[in-house]
Write a protein that binds this ligand. Sequence first.
Ligand code: AMP
Ligand code: TRP
Length: 345
Amino acid sequence: MSAQRPRVFSGIQPSGSTHLGNYLGALRNWTHLQHEMDSVYCIVDMHALTLPKEPGEVAEGTMTMARMLLAVGLDPEVSTIFVQSHVPQHAELGWIVQCLTGFGELRRMTQFKDKSERLGGLNEGDDGSARSNASISAGLFTYPALQAADILLYDTDVVPVGDDQRQHVELTRDVALRINSRFGEGTVVVPEHRIPPAGARVMNLQRPDQKMSKSVGSEAGTIEVLDEPKQIEKKIKRAVTDNDAEVRFDVQNKPGVSNLLSILGGATSTDPESLAASYTQYGPLKVDTATAVIEMLAPIQARFHSLSDADVHDALTIGRNKAHAVANPVMNRIRTAIGLLSTGQ
Ligand code: AMP
Ligand code: TRP
């Protein structure tokens, strides 16, 4: 554990696929941060259980996500890359945080409202009793308490997440301040979030008013990191633009063209506004964007396919050991501070 460098912690769900938005908005940033800060990245398989899953699905998704984290350039010797359920202190602190979080606080979380709505809603009865649909688990409701535990367990200073996770990190801060005021300053570290700049929001190519996402929007509008070059070319060629044929960076009025400029800018580390000046037509912009994305993803794809299962397992074992070495003393400190009887060992 490095005392000098600030610690960064982030988590990603083990859903089977990773798209260009995940890469440009999150994973690429993680690979840079690992050289600046003490970086801990967690595949949150226990969070994945909050929605119904088939047997085996989570393990398979976890392997694929771990392989992807290595393929994008996270180094298991530099960062700590691990699986949440491999470090049981997450579940332990998750329970304690649940007991220190208000029902009302969790009720305000928009992600719970959105996800439970998508599962058919809570169907509260006339008498106020919740006759909720069994697929809306209690875990979906207490999800943010487990997320807060993830963060607090590593004495985290900074949490890089997308805008959609701002509310959960704010809840974590509130809980951390409460723990310190009830059980003593320094019981936990109060974290801050770091939301990437606005440019890190990749939009769906077919619906440029919507975020590129795994669950929402058409497949044709989502570029997967593992898409073949031909698929990438086709998707970008068919990307929705507009009729006025002017290349200008203007997210409000020209969302499709601006999204292509942002993607090209992201892939070539160039400012999208200045890129706009080099184009007068959509055709060449699309060709160059496709070429840049294909070139950016090629080494990641090659690495993804060259890693064996044993390489992935080895990396996760290193990660679990490193994570445990941090989480265990922090958990002991919190256990003592809140007043649980020690085992005497
Ligand atoms: P998710 O796919 O929602 O599990 O998100 C994983 C990470 O990718 C989070 O840090 C998100 O904020 C980020 N992310 C997801 N979709 C996008 C997008 N379209 N543009 C930029 N970042 C994204
Ligand atoms: N809830 C986050 C998401 O859906 C994933 C996550 C779980 C996370 N625990 C975390 C992110 C801790 C940051 C820190 O994207």
